[in-house]
Design a protein around this ligand. Sequence first.
Ligand code: FMN
Length: 307
Amino acid sequence: MVTEFVSAEGIMQRDEYTRKYTEFSEEQRPVGIQLFGADGPRMGEAARKILDWKQPDFIDINFGCPVNKVVSKNGGSSLLKDCPTLASVAAGVVKAMANTGVPVTAKIRIGWDQQHINATEVCHILEDSGIQAIAVHGRTRAQGYSGLADWEVIDACARTVKIPVIGNGDIHSADDVMKRRAETAISGVMIGRAAMQHPWIFRETKARLHGDECSPTVTPEERWALIVRHCRLAVQSQRYGSERHAMMAMRGRLLAYCKGFAGAKELRQLLAKVESVTHVEDIAVAGLARELAEEEHATQAEESTTS
Ligand SMILES: Cc1cc2nc3c(=O)[nH]c(=O)nc-3n(C[C@H](O)[C@H](O)[C@H](O)COP(=O)(O)O)c2cc1C
């Protein structure tokens, strides 16, 4: 796992808001903190500061963010267009971490746009700079989050360098992980948006990797319990201020969770208005009752067909 990216400048200015994004708890290890910026020595200093505060298990550098606010300051994916600066940023952080035992990794996209796909070249530069593993998101900056990830380029990256390459893009299920693992030379897979909709993807994948033929299914009880737990954690974290604000921030997450639930359309309408954890608990009780009733109905129908 990697924290949400933080600006090296924000770290250097001891910005409290930036600092909050680097929070993690001990049971979340191994965890990396991800930095973005365009100045190698400053990035290195920021990484040292982070190490003093939090002792993450690794430092990751973001060369993939497509957002204008980051790109306009020469951060994130803009460095894919400027390989000398990319190399100096990577080398700056690696140098600052030398003798600390903390590895430095990087996350890239396959290129700026379809006409400038240079991921294999970038992987070589990163490897030569001392980066110890690279996550490759198989989209260009121009694609944002749309279109499909290009796993041929990811595979080419994995074959061109000696350090581990972790493939990323459009992994929706344990089957997807198994397929990419079988068909490419990647050392690992990074799961992005699927984790927000279906966090059980990790345990399902783990079961498959351990040789289980089928993934363990998620029960309606488990799904609703996780939703309520996530809401409680969001309120407890105090990251959003009041309970109402926390729940407003959670609405998008709740909508993602309920995709594929029984009566998803009505659920979405209810969840889009939640203002308290109690409110979500009430929806959970009703939602669970409905799902269980539907399951029982389906079992009875199946039994009457077979008899
Ligand atoms: C809301 C959101 C926030 C993201 N934040 C980060 C980030 O801070 N650092 C990063 O490297 N990638 C970030 N990503 C990109 C994902 O890690 C991943 O590369 C991308 O979603 C493609 O994988 P997927 O197709 O499995 O979702 C973010 C993606 C989304 C949708």
